[in-house]
Design a protein around this ligand. Sequence first.
Ligand code: 13P
Length: 300
Amino acid sequence: MLPGALTLAGLLPGAQRGGYAVAAFSARYRACVRPVLQAAVDLRSPVIVEISQRELGWFGLSPQDFRDAVEHEARQIGCRVPLCLHLDHSWEEPVIHAAIAAGFSSVMIDASAQPFEENVRQTRQVVTYAHARGVSVEAELGKLPSTDQMETEGDEALYTVPGEALTFVERTGCDALAVSIGTAHGVYPVSSPRIDFDRLAAIRALLPDTPLVLHGGSGLPAATVHRAIELPGGGVSKMNVATDLEQALLRAMGGLARMTSAELDAQPPGLLARGLEAVYAEASDKISNFVRSAGRAVTA
Ligand code: 13P
């Protein structure tokens, strides 16, 4: 495993108890790993750096490439804040196994497109494999719609049923559960998406000890995120952010279109530096003003 990396099981219970969440940044590009880590270091915040199966394909990276980038950048900046290297939405075992072999400390099996029983079966199988290697597992129950087809394919929303969530966690032994309560991947077509806080509270009441994960963190108003975090008993303790980071990068670089990680590396250095500064600012804002994890790192 990446030296010093924590699992979700090591990182999230403290957040749940402490009334904050840990931002999970989908860096997407190798170059964006540094500003994300730097923001966490400067703000003394725990952080999760992640990439999904579909992102690995799109941006032209292997799990090993991504791990090497995280290890290299963490060393370069002397990163000592609690750090988790997480594989986001993935559904194929060879990818999950490759990430674990490369040193990811946590993986997500997303079998949420499958019927309940099949989701349980696939998740259970990944949990057995990952736990035997000291790696934690996030799973998903319910479906999030997607407006950019990056993390997930469909635009169907299916809210998580609290009673099913309880059965699912009991039967799979997953370490964290991604819930569908009204957020979406990508850009929101409305400025204030409706979040079903009652559903979140019901899930929390049934699963007091399971860290809950909110996907689709980009574009959410800060007040919505605070409410989701500050639920009695602890609300969500991991919030995923992808689109806002990439949009900040590309906007600051003059509105470039999405490209591969290697293509980003080949951009003129001055232009790239402007983009990475914007990523740093965006990650810092999410840490300080959204998930409120600044100052929560106990550094060595
Ligand atoms: P956004 O792109 O909406 O931030 O969603 C990210 C996400 O949930 C990754 O799993």
